[in-house]
Design a protein around this ligand. Structure first.
Ligand code: 6PG
Length: 224
């Protein structure tokens, strides 16, 4: 077993240190901090590294940028991912507010979740976004019927449906995701570097929704 971290492990540790520092800095200014994380597979080593950081976890709220329309027990639930990989050890003292809902429809779920997260410590201390190979971030997908709404509404949470995903999604709107002191972009994979390059150079947010966040101050963390 090599002691040398892989590029993705090294990136995860570097990102965890930067996020921990941003949280400490915010907690020096106010009683509670808010950390908004993304799901998928990339964040797992980062979650492990952040959970090991010495932080006043009982003063930190945690929520998600988006969620699949599934139960928390589902294999692809982002809430389950956070509970299993981030909220462990001392980090289990954080106040986690998932986006999961048992409402009858994703639209009713979005309205319920919007009310639920209103009580969190907005603006967020940190929002961490990922990016898919199609340039989506959170659940702002280029082929979703509700993309224009998610990019333009001042509602906090939107239900979206997209042919590229097996189930509807609940996502924070772009307006709500912008409400943060710091944004971090956490991306892995050689194939995504080209997509990120197009997003940085391009001018069409509808085809590459990640562009909605590239103008704001953003710390980009990428590894092959
Ligand atoms: C999700 C995430 C999503 C993710 C991208 C990239 O629910 O899947 O919030 O926006 O960040 O799909 O996922 P990977 O980093 O696992 O490729």
């Amino acid at each position: 077993m090599s002691d040398t971290p892989t590029p993705r492990e090294a990136l995860a540790r570097q990102l965890a240190e930067a996020v921990a520092e941003a949280l400490r800095s915010d907690l020096a200014q106010r009683e509670r901090a808010l950390l908004v994380v993304s799901g998928g597979s990339t964040p797992v080593p980062f979650f492990h590294a952040l959970a090991a950081m010495a932080l006043p976890w009982s003063r930190i709220d945690v929520t998600l940028a988006d969620e699949r329309w599934v139960a928390e027990t589902a294999d692809d639930s982002n809430a389950r991912l956070v509970r299993e990989h981030l909220l462990r050890g001392a980090a289990a003292e954080a106040r986690f507010v998932p986006l999961t809902s048992d409402a009858a429809t994703p639209e009713e779920g979005a309205a319920e979740v919007g009310r639920r997260i209103a009580a969190l410590a907005w603006p967020a201390s940190v929002v961490i976004l990922g990016m898919g190979g199609d340039g989506h971030t959170a659940s702002l997908f280029p082929d979703s019927r509700e993309l224009d709404l998610a990019l333009s509404t001042d509602e906090p949470v939107v239900a979206v449906r997209t042919p590229s995903q097996p189930q509807p999604r609940i996502t924070l709107s772009a307006d709500r995701l912008h409400q943060a002191f710091r944004h971090f972009l956490h991306i892995t994979g050689e194939e995504k570097r080209a997509v990120l390059g197009r997003a940085l150079a391009g001018d069409d947010t509808r085809s590459l929704p990640i562009r909605a966040f590239l103008a704001s101050p953003l710390s980009i963390h990428w590894a092959p």
